[in-house]
Ligand binder design. Structure first.
Ligand code: HSE
Length: 423
């Protein structure tokens, strides 16, 4: 076929390899150059033409033949400069880079708009799940005011394994690392950074206002214990790392990532192992849940290739491609600080077997406007008791004051964990 659209890839790791293989099945596109970190690395890619490989990514973004660049290396630099150079050179861009979008999305989209180029990024949020295009096109008639999502497969895998095996976080992490599900340095996943990047961009698109990463509250999963899993199960919940974004009645955005007790009646409670899922609530659609593979060679390639083909289908037919897919937020979201939010809480306390402990817990809660939904102490063993409390909705700042009171009496009691509960 004449006039194939010329594609340049930056990165030939897991995602790049999936994109390369998938694009071989389309005869209207041709990969003409690929930038890699190490040219000598052995790659299991049939029929890969070594002549199109370079270890200088600037050759790709400066290549006049290339019309679309797919950036698949991640991180902020050199990815940001490479993308800007590609745009300045007249190329459209597809990226899977959630960190770059969360940290520099505004600058990047403004730059693309000034040059009348599009940047598509379906693969950056929840890998293979179609989210960005549905939100920007078929859901465009909605006011979306709530997102609850599982956006990180590594942590969902660890929490699922902890649940089914009654195993500790550390044991499951080591197993997940051995199997290649968790990175050697797992911080980005287990401390919630990866999910925070994703929810920042997702909330920006869904609310049509720019959400700033620095205002997104973040907590990871490292403090979750098998005892918490067991207690949650007994009370009808599963513990999940939830990325959440909500607009309150004043139109302020509450965006965060932290573990939550999710009622077993909710779909997200049943999303296990590396699967991701996103529940969007909006008017007029109501509640929609999309779930599927959030990472991996071919699921992520599916989104990258879909974006490439969307651009290909309009190239040469219009001077202003894909208007509905562009990001032009003029307004920053007003953000709510976590201390001002209202939540329901699960609290695990280990107390000495001494009279009046439950009374003290009740009093500290009462003094801080916290009403208890349930308090359970099953038995006293070896002079101490495990107490599990579920509160009604109360202010975060009031809960933190109560925790200070509990912790001030550490000869009497110890707070093991405080986890928010989805209502
Ligand atoms: N590390 C991510 C996860 C995938 O575990 O879901 C890429 O964003």
């Amino acid at each position: 076929m004449e006039n194939k659209i010329k594609i340049g890839l930056i990165g030939l790791g897991t995602v790049g390899t999936g994109v390369y293989k998938t694009l071989q099945e389309f005869d209207n596109v041709e990969i003409v150059q690929i930038a890699v970190h190490n040219k000598n690395k052995k790659r299991n890619i049939p029929n890969l033409d070594e002549n199109i490989i370079t270890d200088n990514a600037y050759e790709v973004v400066n290549n006049p033949e290339i019309q679309i660049v797919a950036e698949l290396i991640g991180g902020t630099e050199p990815a940001f400069d490479l993308i800007k150079t590609a745009i300045a050179n007249g190329k459209h861009v597809v990226t899977a880079n959630k960190e770059l979008l969360a940290k520099h999305g505004e600058e990047l989209f403004n730059f693309a708009e000034e040059h009348n180029k599009v940047v598509l990024y379906e693969a950056a949020i929840a890998g293979g799940i179609p989210l960005i295009m549905p939100i920007k096109t078929i859901l465009a008639g909605n006011k979306i005011n709530k997102i609850k999502a599982i956006l990180n497969g590594t942590t969902n895998y660890i929490l699922t394994k902890m649940d089914v095996q009654q195993a500790s976080y550390n044991d499951v992490l080591v197993e997940a690392q051995d199997l290649g599900y968790a990175e050697t340095n797992p911080t980005g996943d287990v401390e919630g950074f990866d999910a925070a990047y994703k929810i920042t961009t997702l909330a920006t698109i869904a609310f049509n206002k720019r959400v700033k990463l620095e205002n997104v509250y973040r907590e990871g999963i490292t403090k979750i214990r098998p005892q918490d899993m067991k207690a949650a199960n007994e009370m009808g919940y599963k513990i999940k790392l939830i990325a959440s974004a909500e607009l309150n009645k004043n139109g302020e955005a509450d965006v965060r990532v932290h573990p939550m007790l999710v009622p077993k009646t909710k779909t997200l409670a049943h999303i296990d192992y590396v699967t991701n899922a996103v529940t969007l609530t909006g008017h007029p659609v109501g509640e929609v849940t999309l779930s599927g593979p959030g990472a991996g060679e071919f699921p992520t390639a599916s989104s990258v290739v879909g974006d490439i083909l969307a651009i290909v289908s309009e190239l040469g037919r219009t001077d202003y491609l894909l208007p509905m897919m562009r990001c032009r937020h003029s307004e920053n979201a007003k953000m709510v600080d976590i201390s001002e939010t209202e939540n329901k809480y699960y609290l695990s306390i280990t107390a000495n077997n001494s009279m009046g402990v439950i009374g003290k817990i009740g009093k500290a809660c009462e003094d801080n406007n916290i009403s208890l939904a349930s308090i359970v102490q099953k038995e006293v063993k070896d002079g101490s008791a495990d107490i599990t409390v579920i509160t009604e909705l109360c202010k975060e700042k009031d809960m933190q004051k109560a925790i200070e009171i509990f912790n001030s009496d550490n000869s009497l009691m110890k707070v093991n964990n405080l986890i928010r509960v989805q209502v």
